[in-house]
Design a protein around this ligand. Sequence first.
Ligand SMILES: Nc1ncnc2c1ncn2[C@@H]1O[C@H](COP(=O)(O)OP(=O)(O)OP(=O)(O)O)[C@@H](O)[C@H]1O
Ligand SMILES: [Mg+2]
Length: 580
Amino acid sequence: MHNYRRLLRYVKPLWLQLSLAIIFMIIFSLLTSAIAFLVKPALDDIFLQQDATMLKLLPLGLILIFAVKGVSNYFQSYFIGFVGNRIVTDIREEVFNHIQGLSLSFFNSIPSGALTSRVIYDIGMIQRSVSSVIAGLLKEVITALGLIGVLFYRDWQLAIIALVILPLLFFPIIKYSRKLRRFSKKGQSQVAEISSFLQESFTGIRIIKAFLMENFNRREFFRVNEKLFTIRIKRLRVKSLTAPISETFGGIAAAAVIWYGGSQVINGQSTPGNFFSFMTALFMLYGPIRSLNRSNNQVQEALAAGTRVFELLDTEAEIKDLDDAVTLPGFNNSIHYETVDFAYNQEEEILKKVSLTIRKGETVAIVGRSGSGKTTLVNLLPRFYDVTSGKISIDDYDIRTISQRSLRQQIAIVSQQTILFNDTIRVNISYGRSDVSDDDLFAAAKSANAHNFIKNLPEGYNTIVGENGIRLSGGQQQRLSIARALLKNSPILILDEATSSLDTESEREVQEAITRLMQDRTTLVIAHRLSTITNADRIVTMSNGHIVEIGTHAELLLKDGEYANLYKLQFSSEAVSQKA
Ligand SMILES: Nc1ncnc2c1ncn2[C@@H]1O[C@H](COP(=O)(O)OP(=O)(O)OP(=O)(O)O)[C@@H](O)[C@H]1O
Ligand SMILES: [Mg+2]
């Protein structure tokens, strides 16, 4: 009920269109009943009495009725459709805006495919029902009432008999429609499974081919596809039964009514016109009642979909600006991590008592084994997650007290996985800014060693890079994301070096680009390359969520601790090849 009222809130601003729709519906429904009503004068006056005036009047009246009925039908369906589409568009926008503002922890908890299907499928479900609720509940109810009125007006005793038999007629339909709904639901979740399988098969095609999985995938697809067929056939069996069964019942009902009504006419208690007017109204009642049942089902489905959508809207962002959040004026002195603890979830603490000060202009390299918490550590600075305890501050501002906008303006990020959007190179580099001049764009691309390869592409800066940059090489992708960070020109730089190894040539180009990017910036770099580490002012060694050592390359080698171990393991071969 609560959700129902919540859905109605979206209808409110559309009261004008809705009222118009209702007015046209009423006209449409009343005229529908009028047709059944007119069967009596048509039969009795024209055919039996052979009344010449009626012969002129009735056809004219009929033309008028159908014309007005047609016009109102057009407008009622236009306005209802308008209301339905408007509501759904508004909800979709609200949901998207809301999801964009949610924190990373939310996106970790729900697969992106499921989220997409909620935005598209569930909201689409609401739309179908908004139209059918209004159309169903109003149009069909009014039409049904009008027709029932005709029934009673023509013959109230027969009307009572008919209204007792009629529900019997609809009993199988209602029963089967429940079954049908179950099958549709099954079918829909099977369609969802097929579509997520399709998505994985298309995006993962390189690995699929490399591991010779095409035939395995074909068999797997055969399985899910055939399962859908089975469900559809089961549904078909039930669905095809509905019509014959209710027709048979309908035949029995018609026989009963004809027998009773016919004897009334023969006894002279009724006229043929009266009887056929009654029968017409009765047969016309079939449509509205059937669609009432259908729209009832749709309302149920819509409410379920609405509940899921509202759940999403009620999810609050974990990371929010305080009401009195201040704007960080700039970055002048230093960044402090003060005894920071952090956990993604209750089970496991990932960072433990981490304290670190980074002075302006400094380059701090973070090293440590895989999984030691390096990415986690830097992700706390732009507040992708909030610390569990302790504090992170920039120039004595606790980052939880400043607006996320002003905080993130100070930080440029090059992440471990390059993330590019399926758009042009120009858009990807100047991401989020429409005011970038060609000069600035080229300068950033040149510093990132990207300008030359971009220029050689047939479309240059207007080349579409493909989903996640698939049409570019790994090194090219990295250089684009470096150019993007260069153009943002923020004082603080977070650099999570990609671990994927490049050949020496692109390695050198990427390295040059990174060096230029770090110039005159305060940099937190998660380093996997020896050259990045040795160029850093200080090295922070992490192990198991702790900072175990801080110092320069030479100092830490002398100490012969964790860093020295790592160095022997990871970098000594690099050192040799660099000397060579
Ligand atoms: N989104 C997440 N939800 C839950 N746990 C996570 C999440 N991201 C990382 N972890 C866990 O946190 C720990 C630290 O991960 P982190 O990504 O910080 O490691 P890392 O030092 O950057 O490793 P690598 O060098 O391989 O990139 C790991 O044990 C990982 O399982
Ligand atoms: Mg990492």
